[in-house]
Design a protein around this ligand. Sequence first.
Ligand SMILES: NC(=O)c1ccc[n+]([C@@H]2O[C@H](COP(=O)([O-])OP(=O)(O)OC[C@H]3O[C@@H](n4cnc5c(N)ncnc54)[C@H](O)[C@@H]3O)[C@@H](O)[C@H]2O)c1
Length: 319
Amino acid sequence: MPGKRHGTVAVLGAGQCGRMTAQRLAESDVYQRIVLTDIIPGLAEGIALDLNQSRAITGFETTVEGHRMRTGGDCACISDAQIVVIAAGVVSSAQEPGRTSRMVGELCAQIALHSPEAVIVVLSNPVDALTALARAVTGFPAHRVLGQSVLLDSARFADFTATLLGVPRSAVQLTMVGSHAHDSTMIPLLSGATVYGVPLTSLLSEEDQATLTAAVRRGGADVMKLLGTGSSFYAASAATARMVRAIHDDDGTVLPVCAYVDGEYGVHDVFLGVPALLGRSGVRRVVQLPLSPGEQAALATAAEVMRARQRQCIEQWKE
Ligand SMILES: NC(=O)c1ccc[n+]([C@@H]2O[C@H](COP(=O)([O-])OP(=O)(O)OC[C@H]3O[C@@H](n4cnc5c(N)ncnc54)[C@H](O)[C@@H]3O)[C@@H](O)[C@H]2O)c1
């Protein structure tokens, strides 16, 4: 359909998450072009070739381009991108935490150079800290930098709850806020959660609520343990592609994302998982949900912890 597709999305990193995100974006058939990059010779080009050859069968016209990037090298291939997804990962990041910061910092400098008007969606971990780093390096307005974190966590909570109660996932309305770390800074807003409009707290015992919360907090780790290598990529790419689509469509979609918060929820100057109205300019505004006093206190504590982690990440990049 002429005129149906528009815009270029660049996905940096063609590993499990990056390639799956590229596939989901391409198959949605609303973008003109997806640009996929990786530092491994041939990887992004090979995936692009393969994806393009699936077009006649799956039925999409979006073009996928693959490009090799050199570490610290130029990234002119992303020049026309309106949205840039950072899905690059460093294998030994646990041993060398500064390596991921430096790698993402280098990518962000390239984004600022070649796509100065883009909206950045960070997927790479630690996502909350790297989202703050992306903003610091690019100097972009904060609303144009966001991260994929609590959308996936909210989806995990909905899935586990629906399974426990034997209802469809769509019946469960629950928002996770805070961080994407596997600890108490990842907070389910149980006070406002509903199933078919019925308060979740009236359907589940406190013990069940605690069990579900713990399962969501270790959700990513459980997937990794079973896979043996690598991390979640089906759900992570689904969440990322959903965010990109909301930005592209500019249709007033509200999703839980890692966004810059300065005043909302009584919290200042930190990237935090919160519901946000998304659009072409990124985060159009943070949406404030009513919180219980316990949730408000937990979020304030999470914000302090996250601010410290984000500052540390930015310091590591500067070293
Ligand atoms: N936020 C989330 O919810 C979430 C969920 C899952 C994974 N992740 C994170 O996403 C990242 C990617 O995960 P994955 O499973 O795809 O990892 P992966 O190891 O499969 O892929 C990472 C890819 O990045 C490439 N890369 C490294 N440096 C690059 C650079 N400078 N430019 C372009 N590409 C580069 C690597 O060559 C590799 O192909 C990791 O940091 C992971 O922890 C986040």
